[in-house]
Design a protein around this ligand. Structure first.
Ligand code: AMP
Ligand code: MG
Length: 327
């Protein structure tokens, strides 16, 4: 069985094709970027509409398939920015209707967990999901993927991007901040904000900006200290979730997980408590169509299709709103 998945929750428009053995046939995407400034929802929609056709064509070409060879079509139905979600939804509905294929609406956060689970071979991992808009520690319990810890304000990626934007580094800022951080080993004390299992970044952002404006601290030292502080907070929430849920496997998901320093902290933490650790390669960490295609397959096999008329996007759906029938 061949599954085509379309991702369009935020900055990335992607299409992935996978078979039911987990063989990756294509994973193509186009990321909306800016040299200066942030991400504007209307522009995002325009970007996705512009690249949609070409991305889908490229995915099929890469997989050496035609639409008639595709068995099911999945798309990210939630959560995300309406302007972006809508484009993927329209593309998926159109293809499903035109080619008479089953349609599946996938929750994006859950797709990050499912692709990590498949690639790692882990049975019941905890996901540390660190992306632009989302920061959550997710684990399966009682028929749902439950959120055991999360950000109380902005997502860690948006936080890092805001700091990068403040330093005039453009979007996405994460990779640039990581490079900047490598140039320093000087730790500047920053607020460490962990409340129970939840994290918060708003105060930290203000603190960083205030420190930078005094002129007493270099961008490199602040980037380094920010990473050390924030990634320690995230590693600690992941560890607390492992202990609380009595689980023994951790996977990473989301674009911020491309950061080597965060990966190292999580690996060390897992080694110390005899847990297994897996970090997917970058193309499966960032937003991608393949994870949507794979999760769609799992859902389809559990009977979870939707009719195009009922496939309205759900920008605010939470991870734990979804009843997981495929596990
Ligand atoms: P996603 O929303 O999952 O596609 O992830 C996008 C976010 O990941 C953006 O906020 C990026 O700045 C961030 N990101 C990408 N690469 C890195 C990196 N190497 N270090 C930190 N953040 C990163
Ligand atoms: Mg994501």
């Amino acid at each position: 069985m061949i599954s085509l998945g379309i991702e369009s929750t935020a900055h990335t428009f992607g299409a992935g094709i996978i078979d039911d053995k987990g063989k990756v046939l294509a994973n193509v995407k186009d990321l909306y970027t800016t040299k200066k400034g942030g991400l504007i929802p209307v522009k995002l929609g325009e970007h996705h509409a512009e690249v949609c056709d070409s991305i889908l064509r490229q995915a099929l070409e890469k997989a050496n398939l035609k639409m008639k060879d595709v068995d099911i079509i999945s798309f990210s139905i939630s959560p995300g920015l309406g302007h972006a979600l809508r484009i993927g939804a329209v593309a998926a509905r159109t293809l499903a209707l035109k080619h008479r294929k089953p349609l599946i609406g996938v929750n994006h956060a859950i797709a990050h967990l499912e692709i990590g689970r498949m690639l790692s071979g882990f049975k019941d991992p905890i996901l540390l999901y660190v992306s632009g808009a989302n920061t959550q520690v997710i684990a399966y319990d009682g028929g749902k993927y439950r959120v055991f810890g999360e950000t109380l304000d902005i997502g860690v990626g948006n936080f890092i991007d805001s700091f990068a934007r403040f330093l005039d580094l453009g979007f996405p800022g994460g990779p640039k901040i990581e490079e900047l951080a490598k140039k320093s080993r000087k730790y500047v004390e920053l607020p460490y904000t962990l409340k129970g299992m939840d994290v918060s970044f708003g105060g930290l952002l203000t603190n960083l900006k205030t420190k930078y404006r005094t002129g007493k601290y270099g961008a490199e030292d602040l980037a380094y200290s920010m990473q050390e502080t924030v990634f320690a907070m995230l590693t600690e929430t992941a560890e607390r979730a492992l202990a609380h849920c009595e689980k023994k496997e951790l996977v990473l998901g989301g674009g911020v997980a491309c950061n080597k320093r965060l990966q190292k902290m999580c690996r060390i933490m897992c080694e110390d408590r005899d847990a297994k650790f897996y970090c997917p390669e970058n193309q499966f960490l960032v937003d991608n169509g393949l994870m949507i295609a794979w999760t769609g397959l799992l859902m389809y096999k559990a009977g979870e299709t939707i009719s195009p008329e009922k496939s309205a996007i759900r920008p605010y759906e939470r991870t734990d709103d979804v009843q997981v029938r495929w596990r």
